[in-house]
Design a protein. Structure first.
Length: 351
């Protein structure tokens, strides 16, 4: 057990790291951020900050020497340099290795009995044409690595669209379109002793490939599919020897839950837990990686809606504070850009 007063290292300097650090501070821990970008909203609320490239072995070693445990706040941290500090990491970096490659991720989930959308690896133009011919259109071509919030993705409505796409020069994957009634996340926390707890699943709505809202209760279409989705998520966590908060995203379909993707970290669709659950995803992540008892994950209000504040909408976001039950979280980012997550608002109703 890592007791309060110790230092938690966080790889990455964005808003998820910021909210982990805030939760850690409330439990009496210090946080030390390691990130390559000088501007870090996580560092602003942490005790220490190391700004260095991921490949700077000396800086990473010095950072780790001052930490009692190290976690991450986004899944694109390069795995190679982490071998030197593997003993300190929670979760284990095998979770990063799996999630960073969409093809590896889908095959891994299939091996555990999960059902992803129809897919095919694509490394050349002729392979894309063959994939579209076999799987059909519409579909989405995605880079196998990197890419999030709609980046690194190309929608293909017809075979002619595929002919016009210039491949990015990196491995890609083609996924068939899924006819779904709703999108939802399964968010769990797994302790060092193997205990697993789940938060209620919110219904997620995306606009332009970016999460717009997460709302609870999620409705019957999702409620009927949460149990098998949770079963798969628990298998994933166990197979990875996972410690901390893990998120799996699903489509609710007439044939059951279809796996979309995995995020080995705290997740945007779980931000509502700060005000809407007995213990937030951020606090429980800290509890898990430090070996503390996990907190109650029960939802504490009849209705909870989390809305992302995107781009220039941040300029007027403070106006929500006049609403009863509205809670504003701005991430301290200096520049508002189109598509950039600047904060979120959680509205609690009926509590």
């Amino acid at each position: 057990m890592i007791l309060p007063g110790a230092t938690i290292g966080i790889l990455g300097g964005g808003q998820l790291g910021r909210m982990i650090a805030i939760a850690a501070a409330q439990l009496g821990y210090r946080c030390h951020i390691f990130a390559p970008d000088r501007e870090s909203v996580a560092a602003e609320v942490s005790a220490d900050f190391t700004c260095a490239p991921w490949t700077d072995a000396a800086a990473l070693a010095q950072f780790a020497a001052g930490c009692d445990v190290v976690t991450w706040e986004f899944e694109n941290v390069p795995v190679g340099p982490l071998a030197a500090i593997e003993a300190l990491l929670a979760p284990h970096p095998r979770a990063l290795e799996t999630a960073q490659d969409r093809l590896k991720e889908k095959r891994f989930v299939e091996s555990l009995g999960g059902t992803p959308a129809a897919y095919a690896p694509v490394d050349a133009a002729e392979e894309l044409a063959a994939a579209v011919d076999r799987i059909g259109a519409p579909g989405i071509l995605k880079t196998r690595r990197d890419g999030y919030d709609g980046k690194g993705q190309w929608r293909i409505h017809t075979a002619r669209d595929a002919d016009a796409i210039r491949l990015p020069g990196a491995p890609t994957i083609y996924e068939g379109f899924v006819e779904f009634t709703a999108e939802f996340s399964v968010i769990l926390v797994r302790g060092r002793d193997g205990e697993v707890r789940f938060w209620d699943s919110a219904e997620n709505t995306h606009v332009g490939g970016i999460l717009a809202t997460s709302a609870l209760p999620a409705g019957e279409a999702i409620a009927a599919q949460v149990a098998p989705a949770r079963e798969l998520a628990a298998k994933v966590a166990e197979a990875l020897g996972y410690v901390g908060v893990l998120t799996l995203e699903f489509f609710a379909t007439h044939e059951g839950p279809v796996f979309n993707e995995m995020a080995p970290r705290v997740h945007n669709s779980g931000h509502w837990t700060i005000e809407g659950a007995a213990t937030s995803q951020f606090e429980n992540h800290v509890r898990a990686i430090c070996g503390l008892p996990l907190g109650d994950t029960a939802t504490t209000a009849p209705q909870v809606v989390m809305t992302n504040v995107i781009g220039h909408d941040a300029n007027g976001a403070h106006e929500c504070l006049a609403e009863p039950g509205a809670h504003l979280h701005l991430y301290g980012k200096r520049q508002a850009r189109e598509g950039r997550k600047m904060g979120h608002i959680t509205r609690i109703h009926g509590g």
